[in-house]
Design a protein around this ligand. Structure first.
Ligand code: NAP
Length: 261
């Protein structure tokens, strides 16, 4: 049984229904938080909520909302607050990735990537801010990416949005350094989730390679030559949320097998 170091704290996890977000939700629940999972697809959220309640006997609330829509975020956070009380932890995890040559990227794809991967961090962080500042150990953890600290070909909007995510993290960490709120970013390398499954399928279609060869296109960036497991990212995020991590703020923590040293 975990030591429940975050017992009773209300944690909001965007994109908490799948992949890295679901893993973070599970790791935080094991420390005793009350959860709100936010995403656009209610079935995905509910499925994860049912699993978490069964496995960890935790309190899980779900909110169906598009984090790129400010009004929807404000309404979802107000409803989450009514359910579980003031928000003590915000995990900005929801994100999308699209790929293609820079010359072919449409304005719509560029805007959509910025709206979900960057604008949403502004909306969610601002919506939760009064609660986070009133909390004894408020936490914002943003799931950025190694694409926030280096470039990759064929994913220009993603790379630009994730660099922005790290910029916002650093700005907020300094602005709120005199309060108990800490603001950090986790930068996973390629991680074994739906986003990577889609990327592998796209490489296969474009190149005619096998699934293994296509996956190797992604694992080659990691010196350990493997995909990161979502639970590895979740453990790092949970550590940042602990009250004892109060001196760690404005950091970009790479969970990437040594990529970008
Ligand atoms: P995933 O399973 O596709 O998770 C993305 C989650 O975000 C989904 O639950 C999705 O739910 C939600 N989401 C997307 N757009 C949303 C919106 N507009 N409003 C609300 N929720 C939205 O992929 P993942 O790999 O776990 O990705 C999670 C985060 O990790 C992303 O920020 C991603 O950039 C980052 N990351 C992933 C990797 C990787 O290799 N997998 C590496 C580095 C960083 P709905 O579609 O139902 O809304």
């Amino acid at each position: 049984m975990a030591s429940l170091r975050l017992k009773g704290v209300h944690a909001v996890v965007t994109g908490g229904g799948s992949g890295i977000g679901a893993a973070i939700a599970s790791a935080l629940a094991a420390e005793g938080v009350r959860l709100t999972l936010v995403g656009r697809t209610s079935q995905t959220l509910e499925k994860t909520a049912v699993e978490l309640r069964a496995e960890l006997a935790c309190e899980v609330h779900t909110e169906t909302a598009d984090v790129a829509d400010r009004q929807a975020v404000d309404a979802a956070f107000a409803s989450a607050r009514a359910e579980h009380g003031p928000i003590g932890i915000l995990i900005n995890n929801a994100g999308i990735a699209s790929s293609g040559p820079f010359a072919d990227i449409s304005t719509e794809t560029w805007r959509q990537t910025m709206a979900i991967n960057l604008d949403a961090l502004f909306h969610c962080s601002q919506a939760a801010l009064p609660d986070l500042l009133a909390a004894p150990a408020g936490r914002i953890v943003t799931v950025a990416s190694t694409a926030g600290v280096r470039g990759y070909a064929y994913i220009a909007p993603y790379v630009a949005s994730k660099h922005g995510a790290i910029g916002l993290t650093r700005a907020l960490a300094i602005e709120y350094a005199r309060t108990p709120l800490t603001v950090n970013a986790i930068c996973p390398g390629f991680t074994d989730t739906g986003i990577v499954e889609t990327a592998v399928a796209k490489i296969q279609t474009a190149t005619g390679r096998s699934a293994e060869q296509a996956a190797a296109e992604l694992t080659r960036f990691n010196p350990q030559k493997r995909l990161i497991e979502p639970v590895e990212v979740a453990d790092a995020a949970t550590w940042l949320c602990l009250p004892a991590s109060r001196s760690i703020t404005g950091q970009t923590i790479l969970v990437a097998g040594g990529e970008v040293m």
